[in-house]
Write a protein that binds this ligand. Structure first.
Ligand SMILES: [Zn+2]
Length: 206
């Protein structure tokens, strides 16, 4: 969380760039401490390289902090022959981590919009999902962030985002409910106002 002041946009308040990061050696030392606290010997051969590996893995898990989703959506195409129907990218796989337990959140996203003049390369929609998922998250916030960013940057007629995910903090620990998933959605513009558009989008989700 940073204290940077943005006029309207609270949904994107995880903008990462102002956090000062500890040194890599300190991070590895912290993982050694955790291994010891778990009850094992961080100096035995099988574990000696683990802190460095985990640090690299965390870099990957949280690479979204060095990406600005608004920049990803910057480049758009206007030659669309007036295309103004639904655009849906379905079943975008994502891996995230819950901000309460650092446990994996594994799921899929359905991202839709109805363009207003310009469209964005479809891979960019997947990259926006990645940029927000590779952070410490709660699913509700992530859903809103994806929808709000597309809405603000592309200014389309509407945006719909649905996320379905399994939360390992409740499937592998805590209440142990392995077969549950959480579904969240955010509908903006014509997806919120027009039941037919919303229904058409929801019918594409399995
Ligand atoms: Zn959790």
């Amino acid at each position: 969380m940073t204290s940077n002041v943005r006029a309207v946009d609270l949904s994107r308040d995880t903008e990462p760039f102002k956090v000062s990061r500890p040194k890599r050696a300190d991070v590895e030392a912290a993982f050694r401490t955790i291994i010891q606290w778990a009850g094992d010997d961080p100096n035995r051969p099988g574990l000696i390289e683990t802190p460095a590996r985990v640090a690299r893995a965390f870099q990957e898990f949280f690479s979204g902090y060095s990406q600005d989703p608004a920049v990803i959506l910057q480049r758009t195409f206007e030659e669309t022959e007036g295309y103004d129907e639904l655009i849906v990218l379905r079943g975008i796989g994502f891996e995230s981590h819950c901000e309460h337990h650092l446990a994996p959140i594994i799921g899929k996203a359905w991202v839709a919009y109805v363009p207003s003049g310009r469209v964005v390369g479809i891979s960019k929609l997947a990259r926006v999902v990645d940029a927000y998922s590779k952070r410490l998250q709660i699913q509700e916030k992530m859903t809103a962030q994806i929808a709000n960013t597309i809405d603000e940057v592309l200014n389309p007629k509407g945006v719909g985002v649905v996320l379905k995910a399994t939360h390992h903090c409740m499937t592998t620990r805590g209440v142990y409910k392995p077969d549950t998933d959480l579904v969240t959605s955010r509908m903006l513009g014509c997806f919120r106002d027009n039941a037919l558009t919303r229904q058409e989008f929801l019918s594409m989700i399995d």
